[in-house]
Design a protein around this ligand. Sequence first.
Ligand SMILES: [Zn+2]
Length: 134
Amino acid sequence: MDTEIVEMLRGKGLKVTPQRLAVMKLLSRGGHFNGEQIYEELKKNEPSISLSTVYNALEALENAGIVNSFEANGITWYEMATKAHINVFCLDTKEIIDVSANLQDIENQLMEKGFDVKNVSVVAYASCNKVSNK
Ligand SMILES: [Zn+2]
């Protein structure tokens, strides 16, 4: 898996650093993480890592189009850049799930207007009603 990640980074013209590698390993497991969560995970193996190092790595990966970020519930979340989809934030569990949707229309319209589409982030808020407040 390391080799794959290393090649992906190099393919995008990024220097391979231990921090970028660690962020990629975590995100490639799938799911959505905020900066604090990524920092906490990486700290387990690399106690000297700082939060700003984590954000620098995320910024480089996002600029290279490998990682996407979006905002939900006032927090910035990161995930591997995949096919455009809807991120559903559950107001009860605070979890984010992916729902696939055909968002090609958005990309097509933007491209027709001459835009170079970098990232389509659609966020929906929903309630699963499975969590009782009692
Ligand atoms: Zn997602």
